[in-house]
Design a protein around this ligand. Sequence first.
Ligand SMILES: CC(C)(COP(=O)(O)OP(=O)(O)OC[C@H]1O[C@@H](n2cnc3c(N)ncnc32)[C@H](O)[C@@H]1OP(=O)(O)O)[C@@H](O)C(=O)NCCC(=O)NCCS
Length: 158
Amino acid sequence: MAEPFRIRPTTPDDLGALALLEQGAFSDPWTSEMLTEAMQTRGAVALVAADATGRPVASVMARAAADEGEILTIAVDPEVRGQGLGRRLLDAALGELVARGARTVWLEVRPSNQAARALYRAVGFAAAGVRRGYYRRPPEDALVLSWHPSAPDGAAPQ
Ligand SMILES: CC(C)(COP(=O)(O)OP(=O)(O)OC[C@H]1O[C@@H](n2cnc3c(N)ncnc32)[C@H](O)[C@@H]1OP(=O)(O)O)[C@@H](O)C(=O)NCCC(=O)NCCS
C-alpha cells in the first residue's frame, strides 16, 4: 500500500495550515507570526507530515544551538492522531537535531497532557525539572524533559 503521509521540510506555504493545526491542538496556540519566527530562527528544524495532496496534517518545530536542541511545538491533526505520526515526526526532528550536533534535547510539557507525556516517554525523554507557572490559558506548571541520543527507547520514567 502507498505510504499515505510523507515527512518533508515545512515551507512558507504551509503556515496557514499550521496555524489551524495549532488552533486545533492547543488552548493557547501559536499564531502564524510565531510559527514564521520559529521557522526562520537560526538552527530551525521545521518538518510536516503531509497527506497525498501535500496538505500538512502534523507539524514539529525545533531548534538546534551549539550542542543542545529544543522541541518548540508538535501537533497532529485530531483526525489522524494515534497512527504513529507524532512519533515519526518527533523521531525525524531528533535525528535532524543530532545531525546538527545536539547532545541534549529539551522540551516543556503540561503535566496534564497525558498523550504528549506518553509519546515523549516512549521516545526516551526523562524528567529534568519543573518550571513554575510556565503556561497560561490555563495556568499550569511545565515539566521540563530531556533526551540524549544514547538513551534507549523508554529509558527513564517521567
Ligand atoms: C501528543 C500528540 C502530538 C501525539 O501524536 P500522535 O500522532 O497521536 O501520536 P502517535 O500515534 O505517534 O503515538 C506515539 C506514542 O505516543 C503515546 N500516545 C500518543 N497518544 C496517546 C494517548 N492519547 N494516550 C496515551 N498514549 C498516547 C503512545 O505511547 C504511542 O505509542 P503506541 O501507539 O505504540 O502506544 C497529539 O496527541 C497532539 O497533537 N496533541 C495536541 C498537541 C500537543 O499536546 N502537543 C505536545 C505539546 S508539549
